[in-house]
Design a protein around this ligand. Structure first.
Ligand code: S3P
Length: 176
């Protein structure tokens, strides 16, 4: 693998699940930017949001992105908002092979319901508020996401077979 592969996309798109599976398949390391932030700060993402606000989190996220991007032979899953702040998207495109995992809102909601990760931006929302929030923020984020070098349309990630299938697709398009 010449360049690291960075998976981007909205919360619930499957970045962590597919990133882990892809790295196992390729025999590379895996790095989840949120996990790296939590490890380095010794705090959870919700704690960072509570203590420093979203603005503080975005500063830390940018700093840590610059740290992890130097890792060789690694598949990196960044946070859903990472590409949409500062010059992060251009920076990632400059340094790595970026892949946008593009999913429709019902798929995102379905995946978010299955997930145990605590996401401060979505906390306390009812299903209809969630759908409204995602529609609004996804349309604002899409211009950043669509700058990725490659895009993979994600339908559903429930079964191992589906994960394996997406891993093969990502492998193929990133080798082109
Ligand atoms: C965020 C996504 C989260 C995490 C934080 C903010 C966002 O990561 O970075 O809660 O702004 O979309 P995931 O996309 O891995 O959930």
């Amino acid at each position: 693998m010449n360049q690291s592969i960075i998976l981007i996309g909205y919360m619930g798109a499957g970045k962590t699940t597919l990133g882990k599976a892809l790295s196992q398949n390729l025999g590379t390391d895996f790095c989840d930017l949120d996990w790296y932030i939590e490890e380095q700060c010794g705090k959870t993402i919700p704690d960072i949001f509570r203590e420093s606000g979203e603005e503080g989190f975005r500063q830390i996220e940018r700093e840590m992105l610059h740290e992890v991007i130097g890792k060789k032979n690694t598949v990196i899953a960044v946070g859903g908002g990472t590409p949409c702040f500062f010059d992060n998207m251009d920076y990632m495109n400059d340094k790595a092979m970026t892949v946008y995992l593009k999913a429709e809102i019902p798929t995102l909601i379905d995946h978010l319901h299955m997930s145990h990760t605590k996401r401060p931006l979505l906390e306390g929302k009812t299903d209809s508020q969630l759908a409204e929030y995602i529609a609004d923020s996804l349309s604002k984020r899409e211009p950043f996401y669509s700058k990725a070098k490659k895009t993979v349309e994600i339908q559903t990630i429930h079964l191992q077979e589906q994960i394996d299938n997406y891993v093969e697709i990502i492998k193929k398009i990133t080798q082109q």
